[in-house]
Design a protein around this ligand. Sequence first.
Ligand code: 13P
Length: 284
Amino acid sequence: MGLVTMVEILDKVHANGTAVPAFDAIDHASVEAIIKASESINKPVIIMVPEAALPLIDVDNYFEYLTYRLGKTKVPVALELDHGKSFNVIMKAIHAGFTGVMIDGSDLPIEENISLTRKIVEIAHAAGVSVEGEIGHVAGGEGDMTEGSEADENMYTKPEDAKRFVEETGVDALAVAIGTVHGVYKGTPKLDYERLKKIKNIVNVPLVLHGGSGVAKEDFVKAVENGINKVNLFTEISMAAVAQSINYAQKKQNKLHFAELVLIANKTVNAIALDYLKLLSLDN
Ligand code: 13P
């Protein structure tokens, strides 16, 4: 199976009204844990690398590892650059063999977002790479570990903007702002399902929910039932892996091998990824 285009995975879940989780992963242990989870129940998955986290990574080596490793999986896997903002980084991901890129122009005025996104779509499609765009704006840190944020209704996606954006850019998937934030929440997320339904009725590409961490399980199910096809997750998994590793180290009074910590992190990521893979395909 191995690496497939992002649209190949998204078109299937779009057609059958389910969703696929997309996990940001910026270390080898997490990638292996996610692959193991998806292979164990034979479900496709999307692995993402957020542009904001690149300073933490040996980028060339990591990209080479990802394209090699994901090329050998037993399930279809797509590899996406998450929250691409810089033209050069997007080009680097395409050249490295990523099968999807997100161009995030969501903090630009709509005209500029449309023209930037359309330009990336032209280049990426010529290389056989799928593109996700964003209209409206999901607040919070996009791949970094910022303080908690609150959703701002003024930045939610307007259905008529979503329709225009998709028609004029040719994106393969659309990230919508309906009440989630990236990273840790301040308060409790409250999703705007009426808005989601309106967008779903007039937009015919898969819809993406960013800021999955902190959303209640029943909200995910409702979001998928109302039109979400891809859910982006990062903070919850990364923080859980750290918390479990620290816990374990404390129990062993810090007398342990580094590999033991990596194993704990790997198991934590595996368990959470498995839960989401089952939950979002609505057959948990
Ligand atoms: P969380 O870190 O809130 O799970 O969001 C991840 C995300 O949306 C990445 O695009």
